[in-house]
Design a protein around this ligand. Structure first.
Ligand code: G6P
Length: 385
């Protein structure tokens, strides 16, 4: 089985380190990056040759565009991938987007209509809650789109159309490479939905170009492995760990906390930084370790003020920021620990940011002596509801 793990100790570790390749697989044959030099007499149009081709979705794009809203339905980490991409979807597909945890959608029997476009996101494609929600939406006459990692899975078979994320088999119960590939797939879907928009061209092309840089940047961020081991050494005896994020990176905070909970068996909570003053601030003291995701994006000013408020209460801060971010360094001083990551276009930054936090939860688990690939009480695919 060590051969199966490609020289790694655990599947989770292998799958974290596979992400430069798994992400590339998700994009392979679907994202066309290159500009083509125009033929003689033709005008140079730098935009025309950046294309997204999603075979399983192409003929449904006009229908999806005519829908009244996009509803994403998922559980666990797959739900976090939807949350991470919601803003991108709203901005570049310009459609109302709602998110549903499959079990909650079913509990509420929430209204769904024929002109709803429902996207079911599932690594395994077999999760019972998601599958039942799919059946429910289908009965309501909605168009059902699957985003799965498993060709031939129940969800892949029962949806009208979809995208396979092609991340390769994921064995560790805690989802890692599927999470980043799901984000790439949903972002590609958003790009495919706005292909005709001239107004959005510049933004769209910036995202496509940035997708092309992801594998190398993930390779770079994986080099933080030994730093994350060091941080895990410092944190392994803690009772609890908070993770703050907002905007694009609210999902990063929730997903990092889920990883710490489910594999390292340490209490952890992801907190929307905008809600800090409405409760969580009461928890802050000199003892509780807090990770703040503060990479550069349009939430900058607000994030700096969150950091200031946490500093003022003497919090034990660990700040995830972009490399060479001197504002953060100045603000946080020597006492605070930094996790420095490469920068990409803001809507893709969550794909980079989760990687060091996956490494942290992996090392915490090993140091605390728990089972990495099979956390107690959990299953890879929950096929009962
Ligand atoms: C289980 C797994 C999680 C996973 C969730 C959804 O709870 O332990 O890691 O995120 O199911 O699984 P799916 O296969 O639908 O993405």
């Amino acid at each position: 089985s060590s051969i199966m793990k490609g020289g790694y100790e655990h599947y989770m570790q292998k799958e974290i380190h596979e992400q430069p390749e798994s992400i590339l697989q998700t994009m392979r044959g679907r994202v066309k990056f290159s500009r083509v030099v125009p033929k003689e007499g033709e005008a140079w149009d730098p935009y025309t040759e950046r294309r997204i081709k999603l075979g399983g979705l192409a003929e449904y794009i006009p229908t999806i565009r005519r829908g009244r809203r996009l509803m994403f339905v998922a559980c666990g980490t797959s739900y976090h991938a939807c949350l991470a991409c919601r803003q991108t979807m709203e901005e570049i597909a310009e459609m109302p987007v709602s998110l549903e945890l499959a079990s909650d959608l079913l509990d509420r029997r929430a209204p769904i209509f024929r002109d709803d476009m429902c996207v079911f996101v599932s690594q395994s494609g077999e999760t019972a809650d998601t599958m039942q929600a799919l059946q429910y939406a289908k009965d309501k006459g909605a168009l059902c789109i699957g985003v799965t990692n498993t060709v031939g899975s129940a969800i892949a078979r029962s949806t009208h159309c979809g995208v396979h994320i092609n991340a390769g088999c994921e064995i560790g119960v805690a989802s890692t490479k599927a999470y980043t590939s799901q984000q790439v797939a949903i972002t590609m879907m958003a790009l495919a939905l706005c292909e005709d928009s001239i107004r959005l061209r510049a933004q769209r092309d910036a995202i496509i170009d940035s997708l092309g840089t992801l594998p190398d940047k993930i390779r770079a961020v994986l080099k933080l492995d030994s730093k994350m081991l060091e941080l895990a050494e410092q944190l392994k005896g803690e009772q609890s760990l908070l993770v703050f994020g907002r905007g694009y990176n609210y999902a990063t905070a929730l997903e990092a906390a889920l990883k710490v909970k489910e594999v390292a068996l340490m209490h952890s909570e992801g907190i929307l930084a905008g809600e800090m003053k409405h409760g969580p601030l009461a928890l802050v003291d000199e003892h509780l370790p807090i990770i703040v995701v503060a990479t550069r994006d349009r939430m900058r000013g607000k994030m700096l003020s969150v950091l200031q408020q946490l500093r003022a209460r003497g919090a034990q801060l660990i700040v995830l920021c972009n490399k060479g971010d001197s504002d953060i360094q100045d603000l946080c001083g020597k006492s605070c620990r930094l996790i420095q990551v490469p920068e990409v276009v803001e809507c893709l930054q969550p794909i980079i940011n989760i990687v060091p936090l996956q490494l942290l939860s992996y090392h915490l688990t090993v140091l605390r002596g728990f089972n990495v690939d099979q956390p107690r009480n959990l299953a890879k695919s929950v096929t009962v509801s």
